[in-house]
Design a protein. Structure first.
Length: 256
């Protein structure tokens, strides 16, 4: 009796083992790459419930979600011989589960290595000003090169972003002095442009007054009106000869 119970228990355990090895479940974002006696069996299984032949079939699960890859800081010498330290982040996902298993041993490590070497190579072809001001253009170049390199592994690189660019402190001070000099130059140019425009307006006004003398007298009277509004009790102002000339002539005529 005891021997029969042992046999039954062994059979039940064996059936449970077979059942657990045969029944597999893949989530919505997972696919199962199946190898039957070592040979790839297409297409990949999932999502949902599927059956395998125990001992004969082997399965490798592949995650299809987007992966965030932090590229460690890289020492880069720019085209204008400035040493910098740059890091980046890349976003990619697997679009062909079979290639990601068959064509590459470790797609995560391989993608990281490709991203590092590409980062050093691409940034070394640009000057520091381009690295700081044309970040979007450089990101597009990095994304295209890395995507082309990883495409045979069934990987799609969607975004590559350069995060931080560290430059030496002496270079930072030089850039600060350059920026300050540029601001001073712009201020002087704006001031000179303002003076030039003002001189043009004054010249035009002088031309108008030279043709219309009465306009000069009207301007003079307007200036007197403005001065009269001040709080001072004593006001000294010049009297133009043109304004008092009729009185002078009249006085000269009466004297003669």
């Amino acid at each position: 009796m005891i021997a029969a119970l042992i046999v039954v228990a062994v059979v039940v355990l064996f059936l449970l083992f077979i059942l657990s090895a045969a029944v597999k479940v893949a989530r919505e974002y997972e696919r199962g790459v199946i190898f039957r006696l070592g040979r790839l069996k297409s297409p990949p299984k999932g999502p949902g419930l599927f059956l395998l032949i125990p001992i004969v079939d082997k399965m490798v699960k592949v995650d299809l979600r987007t992966v965030t890859l932090n590229v460690p800081p890289q020492e880069v010498i720019t085209k204008d011989n400035v040493p910098t330290r740059v890091n980046a982040v890349a976003y990619f996902r697997i679009i062909d589960p079979e290639k990601s298993v068959v064509q590459i041993e470790n797609f995560m490590n391989a993608t990281s290595q490709i991203a590092q070497t590409t980062l050093r190579s691409v940034l070394g072809q640009h000057v520091l000003d381009e690295l700081l001001s044309e970040r979007e253009k450089i990101n597009e170049i990095l994304q295209r090169i890395i995507d082309e390199a990883t495409a045979p592994w069934g990987i799609k690189v969607s975004i590559v972003e350069v995060k931080d660019v560290e430059i030496p402190s002496n270079m930072q001070r030089a850039m600060a002095r350059q920026a300050e000099a540029e601001r001073e130059r712009r201020a002087k140019v704006i001031a000179a442009e303002g003076e030039f425009q003002a001189s043009q307006r004054l010249r035009e006004a002088a031309e108008v007054m030279s043709h219309e003398p009465i306009s000069l007298q009207l301007r003079y009277l307007q200036t007197l009106l403005d001065i009269s509004g001040s709080a001072s009790t004593t006001i000294v102002f010049p009297a133009p000869i043109d304004l008092i000339e009729p009185f002078i002539k009249k006085q000269s005529g009466s004297g003669s």
